[in-house]
Ligand binder design. Structure first.
Ligand code: 5RP
Length: 251
């Protein structure tokens, strides 16, 4: 369980991280150092396995820096992460404007467009991205792509109302999707259900369509039953990728 990563990592005695974890850590630490300043008091915390390193670095800014800060989560996992770190939890009703949100990504292209929603959190993630003055993404080198969908992400995550999922699957194929499937829980025990009680479809499209993610986003979003699409177009101020050699690529 992700928050335990934060709870158990004693910086003085911790064993070295596996290379991919070290890449995530590097990206997260660099993004925090460059974007989270003392005057930032309302901070959005994204989802995924890279984000605990964001929280870890923010905590390293010290008790005083975090005393009055409010942290707004993108979902259940980041809520648990904030609570387990002993940070102050807030929600968007109280804090509709965030100073900065840092989140993970499944893939980022050369125009800073992203695929997100590997953890089925794309709706809340997009709300927090839009609410933030600055939205920044952090990832390891596998997510650094020139054309979305060609490197790492197994399709575009699309949150749908359960009632409409079969109809949306059909419409996605008509739109050009090469493969669109309902995301199933582990052991195929049933559909994955999002924090908003919806289902998630993963849909792949040919590179010709992925080259224009804004157009594809508009097309998918118009399908009745679609709640949100895991394409985040022209929203990121910057993207940080930790590399295998210990360097960080900044886009
Ligand atoms: C969850 C997300 C995550 O941010 C994305 O899947 C990246 O996760 P990780 O840091 O584990 O690679 O969009 O919905």
């Amino acid at each position: 369980f992700l928050p335990s990563l934060l709870r158990t990592r004693n910086m003085a005695t911790a064993a070295p991280l596996a290379p991919i974890e070290e890449a995530k850590r590097l990206a997260a630490y660099t993004a925090v150092d460059k974007h989270v300043f003392p005057e930032h008091q309302v901070i959005g915390i994204g989802s995924g396995s890279t984000v605990p390193y964001v929280v870890e670095r923010i905590m390293q800014q010290g008790r005083e820096a975090n005393k009055n800060r409010i942290f707004v989560p993108t979902g259940f996992q980041s809520k648990e992460l904030i609570i387990s770190a002993g940070l102050r939890l807030g929600d968007l009703d109280q804090y509709p404007k965030l100073d900065v949100t840092i989140d993970g990504a499944d893939e980022v292209d050369s125009g800073l467009n992203c695929i997100k929603g590997g953890g089925a959190c794309q709706l809340r993630e997009k709300v927090l991205a839009e609410a933030a003055e600055t939205w920044v993404v952090v990832a390891d080198y596998r997510k650094n792509s020139s054309i979305l969908g060609t490197n790492y992400a197994p399709g575009i995550p699309i949150e749908v109302v359960p009632f409409a999922y079969a109809a949306v699957l059909k419409k996605l194929h008509a739109l050009g999707s090469t493969k669109a499937t309902l995301r199933l829980a582990k052991m195929k025990a049933g559909p994955v259900v999002s924090d908003n009680s919806n289902f998630v479809i993963d849909a792949t499209f040919p590179p010709e369509q992925m080259k224009d993610p804004s157009k594809l986003l508009r097309q998918i979003k118009l399908l009745t039953g679609v709640v949100e699409v895991g394409l985040f177009c022209q929203m990121a101020k910057a993207a940080y990728f930790g590399n295998q050699d210990g360097s960080v690529t900044i886009k």
